[in-house]
Design a protein around this ligand. Structure first.
Ligand code: TRP
Ligand code: ZN
Length: 482
């Protein structure tokens, strides 16, 4: 990790400046019982125990169309503060008759909100909720269009573990990586992984900068010194996997042998050694896709590609169709983020507590790739995990419920991967890989959790796997028998 922890006073001042001011609409929004529409109030929070205020209840988003205009802090910033203005057009379907609902929006100020073309009342709370009251209640099961105009200064947000995430302002753009709850730092969102939607991004930046978002590049047009990049991402996607990373990138297109369009972005400012190493990893994408397709089934999305930024958030992220790398994409990390496209992206999380299914699978896939390349075998990697002493704190993590500060702990990755290896040893290669494919086929495009995985594993293999899963992902101790 190379997370900068040096914002200090400047960060605090910036934080204070970013607290949304009361809007005129808010000041005017007194109670008006006569016009109060019928229906329930969509709750704040999507119900995830680790991030109770992320996401919201009462509706399901189908599509986000985000028109963004961004100016990074150029040319020679004293502080890394950018300017972002956006129009978010959100198509959603209420699950109940709604008279009020929330979106998540953090550090940016909403200027207007309309619902089905009519101005709605709205207010922003200090806990990053945008509360919207439409003129009339919204019908369950029907499509409604919500348009939010918003904007503000962008900074360098941090997650609960103090790692940079969200819309991270850089000298020449922004790194946009939002796991787990950072999407609200750049658009109004139902920021919970199980509400997947399709996306479209129209991002205008100073000419010369490149915008790397999810999906396929539809057009690029320059007018009056600013370039508008239009990206279409038709595949169902969790909000934390959306990106619109901006920088001084060289864009490179290719196609995998299997026909998947690949669009890579290498920062022009990368030092030569990191550039060479990243290029070598990216050159393996076609082979890696073929390798994982054999094990997990067809590549699930319209495109793939990697972004290698010369700036760093201290980690890589499996942004959907366009993995993000800080400074350098080494081969193992490239394999890990690619494997996530099936495991974590296509098959999404039901709750953050289920994250071992993302990281355990991605890590296990990396073990398999490394073995195939003649490196450490999966068996050796597994034995290395099991070589940790029973007294090691590592074994105290409850893998299927690690707590909100434990979602990126070593045990999630290594014990998660070891769980899958133990399962493979138990049921044999044929059933294990049949299960991997069945998992992707059954839950691809949707979300699933540990309960679903355990159930499917037992169904596919016809075995009682309770002792194995209890020992490996439930017990806060080193597994001894299963
Ligand atoms: N999903 C990332 C990966 O698999 C991990 C990640 C996201 C992370 N945010 C983080 C790791 C913050 C450490 C700190 O590599
Ligand atoms: Zn990962």
């Amino acid at each position: 990790m190379e997370t900068p922890r040096r914002l200090g006073i400047a960060g605090l001042v910036l934080g204070a400046l970013l607290v949304p001011a009361l809007s005129p609409a808010q000041a005017a929004a007194g109670p008006d019982p006569a016009s109060r529409p019928q229906g329930v109030i969509g709750g704040a929070g999507g119900g995830d125990p680790y991030f109770p205020l992320a996401g919201n209840r009462g509706y399901d988003v189908q599509h986000y169309a985000l028109d963004l205009d961004y100016t990074p802090p150029r040319p020679a910033p004293a502080r890394l503060v950018g300017r972002l203005d956006g129009v978010a057009k959100i198509r959603l379907v209420p699950t109940q008759r709604l008279r009020r609902f929330n979106l998540d929006l953090r550090g940016l100020v909403a200027g207007s909100v309309t619902v089905d073309g009519r101005p709605a009342r709205f207010r922003q709370t200090l806990d990053n909720e945008l509360v919207v009251t439409p003129r009339s209640s919204m019908s369950p099961g029907q499509k409604h269009k919500v348009v939010v105009r918003y904007g503000g200064a962008t900074g360098r947000p941090k997650d609960i573990e103090d790692a940079l995430y969200g819309w991270v302002t850089t000298r020449d753009g922004a790194m946009v990586v939002s796991e787990p709850d950072g999407s609200a730092t750049w658009f109004p969102v139902n920021d919970t992984p199980s509400d997947k939607a399709s996306y479209r991004f129209k991002v205008t930046v100073p000419k010369g900068l490149t915008v790397a978002a999810n999906g396929l590049l539809e057009s690029r047009r320059t007018r009056k010194g600013r370039t508008t990049w239009v990206w279409d991402a038709p595949d169902q996607m969790s909000s934390y996997l959306a990106t619109a990373t901006i920088g001084n990138f060289k864009m490179q297109r290719s196609t995998t042998p299997g026909g998947v369009p690949v669009i890579d972005f290498l920062d022009r400012d990368l030092p030569a050694a990191k550039r060479a190493r990243s290029k070598a990893s990216l050159a393996l994408t076609g082979e890696m896709v073929a390798f994982f397709e054999e094990r997990f089934g067809r590549y699930p999305f319209v495109s793939y590609g990697s972004i290698v930024d010369d700036n760093s958030v201290g980690y890589a992220l499996e942004t959907q169709t366009r993995s993000f790398f800080s400074r350098d994409a080494d081969e193992a990390t490239a394999a890990h983020e690619l494997a996530h496209q099936w495991m974590g992206d296509h098959v999404g999380l039901r709750r953050w507590a289920d994250i071992w299914l993302n990281e355990g699978w991605a890590e296990y896939a990396t073990w398999l790739w490394t073995e195939a390349r003649g490196g450490t075998t999966a068996q050796q990697a597994y034995e290395k995990v099991l070589a940790r002493k029973a007294s090691d704190k590592f074994w105290t993590t409850v893998v299927s419920d690690p707590g909100r500060l434990g979602i990126f702990s070593d045990a999630i990755y290594d014990r998660g991967a070891a769980t899958l290896h133990a399962l493979r040893q138990r049921v044999g290669d044929e059933l294990f890989f049949r299960l991997a494919k069945a998992w992707v086929a059954k839950y691809g495009g949707r979300s699933a959790g540990t309960r679903e995985f355990r159930r499917l594993a037992e169904r596919v293999t016809g075995q009682d796997l309770d002792p194995l899963f209890d020992a490996w992902v439930v017990a806060p101790t080193k597994p001894t028998a299963w």
